[in-house]
Design a protein around this ligand. Structure first.
Ligand code: UD1
Length: 377
């Protein structure tokens, strides 16, 4: 067991985009209460709208970031480069023992690359996930981040298997479970108090929930049209509510997408409101990664509007089905899910205790390392 050093270890934690915040929140909480660590929260500003960022900080009780880099939007190269340029002086100023990056967004890869080149240890949370589809920007981010990481905390068994196959030493991999699920379990009760159904006029009837933002789905006119046609058919059976990501709003302009009257477009929602809708929905249709995981734990059927997933545990154990992106494949998956509803089980270690296991792994890695460094000085 690693001993306390009485010198807090500076640790930079990077949060950039919406799906990062629910993974970072429980970690910030546990590290802030551990006298051996001095966590420094860096918000890259990849997501900056209130309903993509500030609302999540508020709902999740995240503290104000120590640094806000305001990297903003742009092409992948521009956005990644802005984060890299702006995070380097922070790392030089703070000289942390390690940088902690989560998930697979551009901010994750940018932070990891800069730290690795400065000789700062890189800890990747949600390491090892692979869709094996290099047309996805997130897959590139996952591969590059893992290639420069020193410690790998994985959410599901497939992550460990992928990393071992890529030659990572087993002792650097820890199967800790899923921090996003810790956040869900901590916040579900409060989220269920949300009055979002009333505000959207849903009432207590059955409804489906849609989210979509992947470039492959929304930037490609033909693919987008196929998905919309399938959604129109489904919406004639069940009303659909679609909190629309700014990526689609920016591209098409609100109201410009021809939609059936039973598809209701709403603004992006905060964490509590969205969790409340997910928990109460009859079906979720999504191309998100994290929502595949949340629906699995909530026991809500999920149709993933993609041909692959980097989160196979949601299919093996959970309620997720790959629906593809063509009208006929989506409708086939919809019919299958009605005919053969999947009850699903909770994947191993998605038990709300991932934070404790991540904390233990971080203590072991960083306190042992600091002890060695002090002894060799
Ligand atoms: C990013 C992540 C994706 C994640 C998603 C969650 C990468 C490569 N992608 O995709 O993995 O699932 O976040 O939402 O990192 N915009 C705003 N306001 C904001 C943020 C974005 O208007 O607060 C608009 C801008 O027009 C921007 C576009 O949305 O160009 C896309 O944002 P970006 O961060 O580049 O990628 P996402 O599609 O959000």
């Amino acid at each position: 067991m690693a001993k306390s050093l009485n010198i807090p270890i500076p640790l930079v934690i990077v949060a950039g985009a919406r799906p990062n915040f629910m993974k970072v929140a429980p970690l910030m909480d546990v590290l802030s209460r551990d006298p051996d660590f001095a966590p420094i929260l860096v918000h890259t500003g990849q997501h900056y709208d209130h309903n993509m960022s500030g609302q999540f900080f508020q709902d999740l009780g995240l503290p104000e970031a120590h640094y806000y880099l305001e990297a903003g939007s742009g092409s992948h190269a521009q956005q990644t480069a802005e984060v890299m340029k702006r995070i380097e002086p922070v790392l030089l100023e703070q000289n942390p023992a390690a940088i902690l990056v989560v998930g697979d967004v551009n901010s994750t890869m940018a932070g990891a690359l800069v730290a690795a080149k400065l000789g700062i240890k890189v800890i990747h949370i949600e390491a090892g996930l692979r869709s094996f589809d290099r047309t996805m920007p997130e897959e590139i981010n996952r591969i590059v981040t893992d290639s420069v990481s020193d410690l790998f905390l994985v959410t599901e068994e497939s992550g460990r298997v992928n990393l071992l196959r890529e030659g990572i030493a087993p002792e650097r991999i820890h199967f800790t479970g899923n921090l996003m699920i810790d956040s869900l379990r901590r916040n579900l009760e409060q989220a269920l108090q949300s009055d979002i159904r009333g505000r959207l006029g849903i009432g207590h009837g059955r409804f489906g929930l849609v989210t979509m933002h992947r470039p492959a789905n929304v930037d490609n006119d033909r693919q987008f049209a196929e998905i919309l046609e399938a959604l129109s058919v489904i919406s004639s059976h069940i009303p659909l509510y679609w909190p629309m990501h700014p990526r689609i709003l920016a591209r098409t302009g609100k109201g410009a997408i021809p939609l059936s009257g039973q598809i209701h477009i709403v603004e992006p929602l905060g964490y509590f409101d969205f969790l409340c809708l997910q928990a109460n929905s009859a079906m979720v249709l999504t191309d998100s990664g994290g929502i595949q995981e949340e629906t699995t734990v909530l026991g809500v059927p999920c149709l993933t509007l993609r041909d692959n997933t980097e989160r196979p545990a949601t299919i093996e154990y959970g309620t997720n089905r790959l629906a593809g992106t063509r009208k006929e494949t989506i409708l086939e998956a919809w019919n299958q899910s009605l005919a053969h509803p999947r009850k699903g089980q909770i994947p191993p270690l998605w038990d709300g205790k991932a934070t404790l296991r991540c904390h233990a792994a971080l203590r072991k890695f960083l306190l042992c390392q600091s002890t060695v460094e002090l002894q060799t000085q």
